[in-house]
Design a protein around this ligand. Structure first.
Ligand code: ASP
Length: 337
């Protein structure tokens, strides 16, 4: 079924004019809110690649380069504690599209509409074709602003099914209008979802003036299915001035911003079209549709709860020679742990 779901998405997006493009696995750290897996470089002693937490920056750079519709069945790596719906590596249907519009107040809703509409049509059709016994509770999918979801359901991933045990009913909903920034423990600011999201146009001035930071609303959306977050996405910030301010608000110094994100800021100076996308999680989709309790049931060779590949016995120690080539030494204290 996983094969069929992926094939359905590929064929659907192909018909909609999307091109499937693979982006690198050995890359630079992307700030997606998780810890990176890093890979030592043999040829550049002391330097490291990061495995992508998602292809976020690459897909936006593809939009900057003039590609209009991209997708990829993308493996994403996040070094965070495993749970029933989480593994170190997961697969996303990553997609992004650009828009031939003037970004004004009205148009930014048109753009969001394009992404939500495409995603909704794709899911409805996939379920109709592959899971005809399942019933989608509400079409179109209800849209609930984040604030309302928190007030009404005390959750940003509410399960709207009348009978929560009925696995044949699928209750999709969109959560929209997430706050852009979140307070950090030490009183600074970080992004709530994705630093590359755009703000709703009426808040751009506040970003530029660094005002009312806690009230700034992002043009960011989540797709929720039966109480599980299935996808996250957003219309992106394509104005380098605004993006630079976002990083300033998060406490980065100018040199740091250019060192870390210079490639994005430079690309955006060439006139990047407005663009946006989404990335539904394949493991979670198949888990819910197959009525499985855990994403491990739909992943070939999954890891254990503490992140080990039990069959291969990974992670494992490596030869001294390999470590030497990589300019890495392991201290005694590390070994003992
Ligand atoms: N890169 C985002 C994520 O992995 C998805 C997106 O905004 O398209 O959650």
């Amino acid at each position: 079924m996983r094969h069929k779901v992926i094939k359905f998405f590929r064929d659907f997006l192909d018909k909609e004019g999307f091109a499937e493009i693979e982006t690198p696995m050995l890359t630079k750290s992307t700030p997606e809110g998780s810890r990176d897996f890093i890979v030592p470089s043999r040829l550049q002693p002391g330097k490291f690649y990061a495995l992508p937490q998602s292809p976020q920056q690459y897909k936006q750079l593809l939009m900057a380069s003039g590609l209009e519709k991209y997708f990829q069945i993308a493996r994403c790596f996040r070094d965070e504690d495993s749970r029933g719906d989480r593994q170190f590596e997961h697969t996303q249907l990553d997609l992004e599209m650009s828009f031939h519009t003037q970004l004004d107040l009205e148009m930014s809703f048109v753009e969001r509409e394009d992404v939500l509409d495409l995603t909704e049509r794709m899911f409805i059709k996939m379920i109709e074709v592959l899971f005809p016994n399942k019933k989608i509770q509400d079409i179109p999918f209800p849209r609930i602003p984040y604030k309302e979801a928190k007030e009404k359901y005390n959750s940003d991933k509410p399960d709207l099914r009348k009978d929560k045990n009925n696995t044949d009913v699928l209750s999709f909903c969109w959560i929209i209008d997430f706050p852009f920034f979140q307070k950090t423990e030490d009183g600074g600011w970080t992004f709530e979802h994705n630093p590359f999201s755009a703000q709703r146009p009426e808040f751009i001035q506040d970003v530029l003036n660094k005002k009312n930071i806690g009230k700034i609303v992002a043009n960011q959306y989540d797709l929720v299915l039966n109480g599980m977050e299935l996808a996250s996405g957003g219309i992106r910030s394509h104005d380098p001035k605004v993006l630079e301010k976002v990083f300033e608000i998060m406490g980065y110094k100018k040199e740091e911003i250019w060192e870390k994100f210079g490639h994005m800021l430079t690309a955006f100076q060439f006139g990047t079209p407005p663009h946006g996308g989404i990335a539904p999680g394949i493991d979670r989709i198949v888990t819910i549709l197959q009525n499985e309790p855990n994403i491990r049931e739909v992943i070939a060779f999954p890891k254990t709860g503490d992140g080990r590949d039990f069959m291969m016995q990974a992670p494992s120690e490596v030869d001294k020679k390999q470590l030497k080539e990589l300019h890495i030494s392991i201290t005694k204290e590390t070994k003992k742990k």
